[in-house]
Design a protein around this ligand. Structure first.
Ligand SMILES: [Zn+2]
Length: 280
């Protein structure tokens, strides 16, 4: 299996449809933070949200919890008055290379967008400064296992080491343990789900695969990556991308098109975490 295969594998990616949920039609699209005339985001009073029983513990520094992920479809639904037309941007398999990463971070900043960078431990060990760069630029680090191996058939002890060692090196490098986990190849199995939960992380695959890793489908062509994402677009989409040059090259155009369609970008710090999550 080549490294480029990245998160390849259909297991985690249910065939996406573009049918908006009924709730989405009622929601005014979130004003893009990049829109020049955008007024401040409406205050979303947590007290007004019809929150079900499982509210995460709240600390004074906690960002408002605005989105809840389905643990079946890995899509996001708004809590309270948050906009339904929003997507989560994720970039897997880094951190790889400073110029490409900086290009992606600059584009995210240009659009006022936040994302999760799901990193592999062996790459963090090689380039700890790039992990710091992700954090310094205000983006979120997620755990993508140490070696980028399929975990579903591994022993629990092996999976604990694959996840735990990443938690440890990320904490050692940037002072925080990841709150989000994505299994390589979308293949975490029950053991991956269990260990992620024990580590206090939200387990996710994706609901919109960009196929940027698939050279037959997207041919290293930024335009084809954009078309893939748009063809699978839906409210609450969990968009899988990778630290790849053609993805970096298409990102500005992709984010512009998403904004033109009325989509905003989910800030990972506003995602509801499982009970007992350590971070917040
Ligand atoms: Zn991957």
């Amino acid at each position: 299996m080549s490294l480029l295969a990245g998160c390849a594998g259909g297991n985690g990616a249910p065939s996406a449809t573009s049918v908006p949920s009924p709730a989405s039609s009622a929601a005014v699209p979130a004003a893009s933070e990049a829109a020049p005339t955008s007024s401040p985001a409406p205050s979303l009073a947590p007290s007004a949200s019809p929150a079900p029983s499982a509210e995460p513990p709240v600390s004074p520094e906690t960002a408002e919890t605005l989105y809840r992920m389905s643990d079946k479809s890995y899509r996001f639904e708004p809590i309270g008055s948050a906009a339904a037309k929003a997507v989560l941007l994720t970039f897997d398999d880094g951190p790889k290379e400073e110029a490409m990463l900086t290009q992606m971070l600059d584009t995210l900043d240009k659009h006022g967008a936040k994302a999760i960078f799901f990193v592999n431990g062996y790459r963090v060990e090689e380039s700890p400064e790039l992990l710091k760069l992700i954090q310094d630029r205000g983006q979120t680090v997620g755990n993508h296992s140490w070696d980028h191996i399929a975990l579903s058939k591994k022993s629990k002890a092996e999976v604990q080491k694959q996840l735990g060692d990443v938690q440890d090196i990320v904490e050692k490098t940037i002072g925080e343990r990841p709150e989000f986990f994505r299994p390589p190849h979308g293949a975490g199995g029950d053991v991956g789900k269990q260990v992620a939960k024990e580590e206090g992380m939200l387990y996710m695959t994706w609901s919109n695969g960009s196929l940027d890793w698939d050279l037959k489908a997207t041919k290293k062509d930024p335009q084809l990556v954009i078309e893939q994402v748009l063809s699978q677009l839906h409210p609450g989409a969990n968009i899988l991308m990778h630290e790849l040059q053609w993805t970096a090259d298409g990102l500005d155009s992709l984010l512009t098109k998403l904004e033109e369609k009325g989509y905003g970008f989910i800030d990972p710090s506003t995602i509801e975490l499982p009970d007992g999550a350590a971070g917040r």
